[in-house]
Design a protein around this ligand. Structure first.
Ligand SMILES: [Zn+2]
Length: 131
C-alpha cells in the first residue's frame, strides 16, 4: 500500500509539474522574449511543445486520477481535470492560431493542476498519503 501511495503522489506531482512548465512556456516565455528580443535567437521552443506536453500529461493524469478515484471515491478531481485535458488537447491539436492555442492551453493546464491538487488533498483526507 505504501508503494502505491507514493507512486500516486509521484504521478499527481508530475502532472502538476507539467502544468507549471507549460504555464511558464505559455506565459513567461513570450513575456521574456518581448522584453529581451535577443533571447528569441537562443531559446527555440518547438511548435510541437504542447503536443508533447499532452502526450506526457494525459496518461500520467488519467492514471493518477483514476487510481485516486478508486481510493477516495470523489469525482471532483476528475470533473475538474478532464475538461482541462480536453482544452489542452484542442489547443495542441486543433487550435487555428498561436493565440488561440495559448487561450485554450492556459485555462486547460490550470484546471489540470487544480484537479490534481484536489486529488492529492482528497487522498490525504482519506488517509492514503502520509506526509
Ligand atoms: Zn505552453
Amino acid at each position: 500500500m505504501k508503494a502505491l501511495s507514493s507512486r500516486q503522489q509521484l504521478f499527481d506531482g508530475l502532472a502538476i509539474g507539467a502544468s507549471f512548465i507549460c504555464l511558464i512556456h505559455c506565459l513567461a516565455l513570450p513575456l521574456l522574449i518581448m522584453l529581451l528580443p535577443a533571447l528569441a535567437a537562443y531559446m527555440v521552443v518547438p511548435d510541437s511543445f504542447h503536443v508533447w506536453a499532452l502526450v506526457f500529461a494525459a496518461p500520467v493524469s488519467l492514471l493518477a486520477l483514476s487510481a485516486g478515484y478508486r481510493r477516495h471515491r470523489g469525482a471532483n478531481p476528475l470533473l475538474i481535470a478532464l475538461p482541462g485535458l480536453a482544452l489542452m488537447a484542442i489547443g495542441a491539436l486543433a487550435a487555428p492560431s498561436q493565440w488561440m492555442e495559448t487561450a485554450l492551453t492556459v485555462p486547460g493546464v490550470l484546471l489540470l493542476a487544480i484537479g490534481h491538487a484536489l486529488n492529492w488533498h482528497k487522498l490525504r483526507l482519506a488517509g492514503q498519503i502520509r506526509s
